[in-house]
Design a protein. Structure first.
Length: 247
C-alpha cells in the first residue's frame, strides 16, 4: 500500500529546516516526506550551503520548484518584466517565484498534506493560510510549541551553521534588498552591508518609479533616502517572504 505524501516547503530559513525535521520525526513512518525549495537568485549564496547541510543532516533530498516563465529565479528579471517592484498590489517576485512556482509543482505532484515553517508566534499566519490558501497544511511547529528562537537553538545544537545572512544583522534569510521592506532602518542596513545591492535596487526602482521606502509616513525613492534615516529596530520588523505571504 502506498503511503500518503507530505510536502515540506523549505525556504533556507531556520524555521523551515526545523519544520522539516519535525515532520520527518512525526510522520516519517506513515508518510512519504517530500522537501521542496524555491530557488531565488537574489538570496545570499550561503543559503545554498545551508540547504545542503540540512539535506545531509536529515538524510533527505531537497528538490527545486521553479516557475517556467522565470527559470533563472531572478527577482530582478521579474521586476523588469512587470515594471513593478512592490506596493499596494504586493510584490510580483513573491507571486511569480514562490506562489506560481508552488502551483506549477503542485499541478505535477500528488500530496495529501503540506508543511510550512510557521512557528508558535505565527498562529494567525497559519490560520490565514489554512482558511484562504490550502486547508491541507499541518501546523507542525505550532503543535510542538516551537518558537523562532527555539529553531535557531535546534539548528545550532545539530552543529549546523545558520545562513550567514543572520550574522549580518538581517532578520531572516530572504533576498538581500527585499522590496517588501519599507523601513529606512532596513534599507540603510542594506546600504552598509551590501552597497552594491542597494545601488542596484535604487537604480532599478528609480527607473520603474517604485517608492520602496517610507520616511516620516511618506513613500520616497531609495535614491533619496538619507543615510542617517531610521525606523523600527531591524530585528522587530516582519516582512518574511515565502509561499504563504499574503501579498
Amino acid at each position: 500500500m502506498n503511503k500518503p505524501n507530505i510536502v515540506v516547503w523549505f525556504s533556507c530559513g531556520a524555521a523551515s529546516a526545523v519544520a522539516l525535521k519535525e515532520t520527518i520525526e512525526r510522520y516519517g513512518d506513515t508518510h512519504n516526506i517530500i522537501a521542496v525549495n524555491n530557488f531565488v537568485k537574489e538570496e545570499d549564496d550561503d543559503n545554498r550551503r545551508f540547504l545542503h547541510d540540512v539535506s545531509s543532516w536529515l538524510n533527505i533530498q531537497i528538490e527545486q520548484a521553479v516557475n517556467p516563465r522565470y527559470p533563472s529565479g531572478s527577482c530582478v528579471e521579474v521586476w523588469e518584466d512587470r515594471q513593478y517592484m512592490s506596493g499596494v498590489a504586493g510584490a510580483p517576485c513573491t507571486l511569480e517565484l514562490k506562489k506560481h512556482a508552488r502551483r506549477v509543482w503542485e499541478s505535477k505532484n500528488k500530496f495529501e498534506h503540506m508543511v510550512l515553517g510557521f512557528t508558535l508566534e505565527e498562529k494567525e499566519r497559519y490560520w490565514n493560510f489554512r482558511d484562504n490558501e490550502d486547508s491541507r497544511i499541518l501546523p507542525v511547529l505550532i503543535d510542538a510549541k516551537i518558537t523562532k528562537k527555539k529553531c535557531y537553538e535546534i539548528i545550532k545544537q545539530a552543529g549546523i551553521e545558520l545562513p550567514r545572512i543572520y550574522s549580518m544583522g538581517y532578520p531572516n534569510a530572504n533576498c538581500i534588498g527585499c522590496v517588501k521592506a519599507t523601513s529606512p532602518t532596513y534599507w540603510n542596513h542594506v546600504r552598509t552591508m551590501h552597497p552594491d545591492v542597494f545601488a542596484a535596487r535604487a537604480e532599478q526602482s528609480a527607473e520603474i518609479g517604485a517608492k520602496l521606502v517610507r520616511v516620516n509616513g511618506k513613500r520616497i525613492l531609495l535614491k533619496d533616502l538619507p543615510p542617517d534615516a531610521k525606523g523600527k529596530p531591524l530585528k522587530n520588523m516582519d516582512f518574511e517572504c515565502g509561499i504563504f505571504c499574503k501579498k
